[in-house]
Design a protein around this ligand. Structure first.
Ligand SMILES: Nc1ncnc2c1ncn2[C@@H]1O[C@H](COP(=O)(O)OP(=O)(O)OP(=O)(O)O)[C@@H](O)[C@H]1O
Length: 306
């Protein structure tokens, strides 16, 4: 379990993390979202004792990182996959970290096997692809078999196979009862991986909620309906209080009524339906709606004159 209480980091006058309080619970994947510069990496760095909070606290299993007797056994992290010595072999890189944390060679070999790098253990990461570097970074994170794992943008730059591998790995770490905090800008991927979401903007908490609840609360819902009798159905729906927009392809988009209600109304008036599809916005749409005000660098629409 990770607990943040009023966690704050200021650089001069600017609070890049501003009174953040939330818990990251074990047994689920918690997605950590926010626009560029929202403060996700700064938050993770404070959890990991790499930066000192200006005020407030971040604890792992009730203790600050600095007070953990063997940190690698309590928390593993991937922050920057490029942060490896380019000329030290993969196995030596892990060994150097293992020895300082009382971890033996066997676990090093296990960790390399877990991430699929056993065959290249003797090679130098300088020549690794980005995907291989990410895997090596994850081997470091898993080295101490820690109950808490933090991954900052682990799918950045990965191919679909690599992305799926990260998804399967994070889900299985959570199903083993570990605490998993995962940041990513790839919303479609987050929707498949996370159970819970923590969303921040300009260093402040915007949402701390289940994935489904987040999408439901933030996003519009509608029903797409197709019928040969569109004008009649549209006027019946409007009379019943729904908003109806005709689509370019002859369908109707109905808001303010559930799929069952639209179907019920059509049935009651003997109107044949060719399609009735409840539609819910994606995580990406919900996210953009919620974080719109906290984007630091927003592009103006193409052609806009300011
Ligand atoms: N050492 C520092 N000195 C001054 N400002 C900093 C420092 N480190 C980070 N910042 C600022 O803090 C803000 C938050 O940055 P951070 O990297 O935590 O955001 P992020 O949510 O991880 O962003 P991204 O999604 O782009 O990685 C940014 O505006 C950044 O410029």
């Amino acid at each position: 379990m990770i607990e943040l209480r009023q966690l704050t980091k200021r650089y001069g006058e600017v609070a890049v993390v501003d009174g953040l309080s939330f818990d990251v619970r074990p047994g689920v994947v918690t997605g950590f979202l926010g626009p560029n510069g929202a403060g996700k990496t700064s938050t993770m760095r404070m959890i990991l004792g790499l930066d000192r909070p200006t005020s407030g606290s971040a604890t792992i299993g009730g203790r600050r990182y600095a007070d953990l007797p063997v940190p690698l056994r309590e928390v593993g992290a991937l922050l920057d996959a490029h942060a490896v010595h380019p000329r030290r072999t993969a196995v030596d890189h892990l060994l150097s970290l293992a020895y300082g944390n009382g971890i033996g060679r066997r676990r090093v070999e296990e960790a390399l096997g877990l991430v699929g790098l056993a065959d290249v253990a003797g090679r130098r990461p300088g020549g690794f692809s980005l995907g291989m570097k990410q895997r090596l970074g994850i081997a470091v994170a898993l080295l101490g078999d820690p109950p808490v794992v933090l991954l900052d943008e682990p799918v950045n730059g990965l191919d679909p196979e690599g992305i799926r591998w990260i998804r399967t790995l994070t889900r299985s770490l959570a199903s083993e009862g570990r605490t998993v905090l995962l940041s990513s800008h790839l919303m479609s991927e987050m929707a498949l991986t996370a159970d819970h979401l923590v969303v921040i903007g300009r260093g402040r908490l915007i949402a701390d909620t289940g994935l489904d609840a987040f999408v439901r609360s933030a996003a519009r819902q509608a029903v797409l309906v197709r019928t040969p009798d569109a004008p009649r159905l549209a006027s019946l729906l409007r009379e019943a209080g729904a908003a109806v927009r005709p689509g370019a392809d002859g369908g109707l988009t109905v808001t303010g009524m559930s799929g069952a209600e639209v179907g019920g109304l059509a049935g009651a008036h003997g109107i044949v339906l060719h399609e009735l599809t409840p539609w819910r916005a994606s995580l990406e749409e919900a996210y953009l709606e919620l974080t719109g005000d906290s984007v630091e660098f927003a592009a103006s629409p193409a052609g806009a004159v300011s």
